[in-house]
Design a protein around this ligand. Structure first.
Ligand SMILES: Cc1ncc(COP(=O)(O)O)c(C=O)c1O
Length: 375
């Protein structure tokens, strides 16, 4: 029996234990002190090229803080894709704003700028493009629209650390970029996130809000001038994160090798289609993905079962959020998001851990080749 190949598991082989041990031995485990938080934030800024980085407790908190810091709330509209993880959309509800779903580009599953223009109105305040599975959304066009209509852009780059456009990191194009360090992401802190911006004032506001708007008076009293959040990352997780960051370059190189190997093996296979990234993009695919078309011969869900039976863990694409009960009453232009629904139905995520071996990838590809019915 072959070893099970997981979908995406972390690679924890650097200084993680040493740095975490230092935190435990020094007693600086929480977010009120210790040197790892600053180091992690500074190093993250160096890697992304974004001036200010604020470490938080997860990617969802980063997205929530972004909207809160930009004072987006009741009466405002925020444009989002429906083909994403639920957090991108839930955070709009957390601040009391209205969710406006827009379809994706069928070539790469990211929000379609042409569709954005159709829904902008006086109430629109922000766009949250998601760089799905690591593929960068069409940021040139999105920023053009944002400038034209004076909108904020919050990039959900939770899945796209390592992907660049003309050498610039995903998450560095809009007003705010948000990242996740959940266990399945390119790098992890167990749970964690980062919220980044080039705007000093905005960063100060983010920092204030994430820290319960805490101000210490001269006599030591603590006051809170607004309703804030406890979204700070503890020092012990930052220590973990710093050790992961030291290995990031290696992780990115391996992720790119994995994608190249999948493409070399599967390109041209009947009914299997890879996404097309935009020109000038150098993608670090967090999860490798293909669409399974009718010509393949067996449906996507059946293929997932076949793969799972062979010990290869694959996953369907995100389920369209506008079809979920909590969001089914949200208005969708034309009642349908055709590309979102088709991509979601056909999309398949393939095992993509940094630690996957070439032999495992070859085995996965041979199962995919063996099962094509119309060869
Ligand atoms: C697209 C997207 N947005 C937001 C999040 C939320 O990040 P977290 O799980 O760290 O809260 C995730 C992932 O987990 C994600 O994939």
């Amino acid at each position: 029996m072959n070893k099970v190949v997981p979908l995406c598991v972390p690679e924890i082989k650097g200084n993680e234990i040493e740095y975490v041990r230092e935190c435990i031995e020094s007693g600086w485990v929480s977010s009120t002190g210790g040197e790892y938080l600053n180091k992690f934030e500074e190093e993250f800024s160096r890697v992304t090229g974004i001036k200010y980085s604020n470490a938080v407790i997860n990617g969802t908190a980063a997205l929530h803080l972004a909207l809160a810091a930009l004072n987006i709330g009741k009466g405002d509209e925020v444009i989002v894709p429906s083909l994403t993880f639920i957090s991108t959309v839930n955070v709009v509800k957390y601040v009391g704003a209205k969710v406006v779903f827009v379809d994706v580009d069928s070539r790469n599953y990211t929000i379609d700028p042409k569709e954005i223009e159709k829904v902008v109105n006086d109430k629109t305040k922000a766009i949250i493009p998601v760089h799905l599975y690591g593929i960068i959304a069409n940021m040139d066009k999105i920023m053009e629209i944002a400038h034209k209509f004076n909108l904020y852009v919050i990039e959900d780059a939770t899945e796209a650390l390592g992907s660049t456009k003309r050498g610039k990191m995903a998450g560095s194009f809009g007003h705010i970029g948000c990242y996740s360090f959940n266990g399945n992401k390119l790098m992890t802190t167990g749970a964690g996130g980062m919220i980044c911006t080039d705007d000093e004032d905005l960063n100060k506001r983010i920092d204030h809000l994430k820290n319960q708007t805490k101000t210490v008076l001269e006599n030591g009293s603590i006051i809170h001038n607004e309703i804030g959040f406890n979204y700070r990352m503890p020092n012990i997780l930052a220590a973990f994160g710093l050790a992961q960051l030291e290995q990031l370059e290696k992780f990115i190189i391996r992720k790119k090798e994995i994608t190249t190997l999948y493409k070399n093996e599967l390109n041209g296979l009947m009914g299997i289609k890879f996404p097309e990234s935009n020109e000038d993009d150098d993608i670090c695919q967090w999860l490798n993905c293909v669409e399974v078309f009718e010509e393949y011969g067996i449906a996507r869900d059946e293929l997932i079962k076949v793969m799972n039976d062979e010990g290869v863990i694959c996953r369907p694409f995100f389920y369209p959020i506008h079809k979920m009960e909590a969001y089914s009453s949200e208005k969708v232009i034309g009642d349908k998001l055709i590309n979102t629904e088709l991509c979601s139905k056909r999309g398949l995520n393939l095992p993509s851990s940094v630690g996957i071996t070439n032999n495992e990838i070859l085995r996965i590809c041979s199962i995919l080749k063996k099962n094509v019915k119309n060869s």
